[in-house]
Design a binder for this molecule. Structure first.
Ligand SMILES: [Zn+2]
Length: 360
């Protein structure tokens, strides 16, 4: 090898390394109002034994109680702690000094989802959960404008405000949220059945459907259309918490972990997605802890409701597991991180948080 060739090869190497770790597909997942406390420590010792919040204390203990936090979190979210913790990365265990926070000061859903998706807090304009079209461009809308992702972006949510948060009128993105049914041509048998079941199974809430519908609508859509960018917003955890049902909150957290596992396993079985897909997982806000009943609530008056967490697995993510060193990340970094994994810069004229370097 002559010197010129050697120099050329060396110059190419970093580029090659980058190309191998870059993602071609992003699946962004949120669990509404899922506390970092349960993600990192599993079931809470006081809440799981509270007759105020649990119908069958014995049964819930049998299902989710273990003597150590490590065993409890593994029991509550086995996919997070057996797969993401080995092959991916988890930020936000505050008991180890690793922090993730909202930068918005509202600490409820629309401001949180705006911050996640648009890359910055907009407290002046996004200060309620009302159904108004988001004035800010989301990273979903941004990616849908890029040549290689045009028409390859889709969103699914349990909450009926997502069509507004994603501004479907302006962005033109398909959003199946709230109690919408699958309406694309050539519905699969599963989609037809989901459409039927959704009218037959009463939701406990007026504006949020049960997450199994959101999950299966998303998965069926992915099988059919193979989108490059998918957003799935699960909602049950927040609503069960507001209802004061700690048993349902835990069972929903467990089931959502299983949903994410199913998505990961499907991804790894599909040539378009296998080893080319990154799953990013986070939450819109935290919840309180003190006094005990504050676990049900969030918002700017609830201490700790800005405390969140962030996890990632897949292409471009170096396996680091639970990050045990001091650090601080923010909710406004998620959008730029998603774009950066696809090789795109999402800065929102400098307003967006910086991408998180997951390829350490
Ligand atoms: Zn809420």
């Amino acid at each position: 090898m002559n010197r010129f060739v050697l120099v050329c090869v060396l110059a190419l190497l970093p580029g090659l390394a980058q190309a191998q770790t870059k993602a071609e597909n992003i699946i962004l997942i949120t669990l509404d109002g899922m506390r970092w406390q349960e993600v990192f420590s599993g079931a809470d010792s006081l809440l799981i034994n509270s007759k105020d919040y649990v119908e069958d204390v014995t049964g819930l203990n049998q299902q989710f109680w273990k003597p150590t936090a490590t065993a409890r979190r593994q029991t509550l979210m086995p996919f997070f702690w057996s797969v993401v913790a080995k092959q991916g990365v988890l930020f936000g265990n505050r008991s180890l000094g690793n922090y993730v926070n909202c930068t918005n000061t509202m600490w409820f859903s629309y401001p949180g989802y705006n911050e996640i998706l648009s890359g910055y807090a907009d407290d002046a304009r996004i200060s309620s959960n009302d159904k108004f079209p988001n004035p800010n461009e989301t990273v979903l809308e941004f990616l849908n404008k890029q040549n290689n992702y045009k028409g390859k972006v889709a969103a699914f949510g349990s909450w009926d405000v997502f069509p507004f948060i994603i501004n479907e009128a302006r962005s033109g993105l398909p959003v199946n949220a709230g109690f919408r049914t699958a309406t694309q041509p050539k519905l699969s048998d599963r989609e037809k059945f989901l459409n039927q079941l959704q009218t037959e199974i009463p939701s406990p809430w007026g504006s949020v459907r049960l997450d199994a519908f959101t999950h299966h609508y998303a998965l069926e859509y992915m099988k059919k259309y193979k989108p490059n960018v998918v957003y799935i917003a699960y909602g049950e955890t927040d609503d069960f918490a507001h209802n004061g049902k700690y048993d349902a909150y835990l069972k929903s957290a467990f089931q959502t972990d299983q949903f994410i596992k199913a998505i990961w396993e499907w991804v790894q079985g599909e040539p378009q997605y296998r080893n080319k897909t990154t799953i990013l997982i986070t939450t819109d806000h935290g919840r309180g802890t003190i006094p005990l009943n504050e676990w049900r609530d969030h918002g700017s008056k609830v201490k700790g409701a800005d405390e969140i967490w962030f996890a990632a697995i897949g292409a471009g993510v170096t396996p680091q597991g639970e990050v045990k060193t001091a650090g601080q990340l923010y909710q406004n970094q998620v959008a730029a991180t998603a774009a950066a994994l696809l090789g795109k810069t999402f800065s929102q004229q400098g307003k967006a948080g910086a991408p998180i370097n997951l390829a350490k």
